[in-house]
Design a protein. Sequence first.
Length: 288
Amino acid sequence: MRIGGLVLASVLLAGGCSGKQADAPEDQPSLSASNDAGVGGTGAGSASQAATSDGASPDAQAAAAMGRKEEASNDLYEFAYEYPDQAGAIPGLRARLDAKLDETRKALIAESRDDRREAKKNDFPYHAHSSQTSWKVVTDLPGWLSLSSEFYVFSGGAHGMSGFDSLLWDKQADAARKPETLFTSEAALRSAIRRPFCSALDREREKRRGVPVQRGSDDMFSDCIDPLESTVILGSSNGKTFDRLGILVGPYAAGPYAEGTYEITLPVTSAVLGTVKPAYKDSFSIGN
């Protein structure tokens, strides 16, 4: 997918932001900010509605919405970054995401200026660069907040590129973790999910291609891929424990660019559960 059309790319920057400020100086961040992230089903929209129904003051309603959304657009670059209320309500996580937002924006501006300078020097047309990132809630459990992000970048080539990231916030430890670190080893997790992952991936490939996938054929995208070279996310169907694994596969990894990205969901099985570190066993259960 791509942002706005991106594959997992479904990164429509939802919310009540006002959009571009076209008359801002092109090297300045012409930003519009909004707390109305509206992501994950329990975002700012539902939070403000609940506050209103409880008769809360406008200040209390504003405090209930902790997400952030920034947008900028000018002749030099386009920038968008958002995260949902659940992430913004955790001070440590909010600070982490805010720092990443600032880092990403500064890098985009610097690279865009350099590229425009080179384009002018060589008498080439300059095309505004773009960076878009959207963090969304995968699941919000009593002890964990699981997030996934989709990003899209364009730096003047034939087309942009989309991809994914993930993050787990350990509420008890007040710390960020990568999903893979909850397992005894990547090798153990890979072994537990590789066969069902490959079968599910081939089914999705067949749907898009209209023909069965023949592994080992001359088609460069016929073989399976290493699931742990893609982005792992942890999900839940019961709201209490992790009972699902997601594998978010970026462009070119499992198919040509035109096929977009793949999102494969697998249940937590006894084999997967057997690879979870003892300290985290209580956070998992077998899924359907």
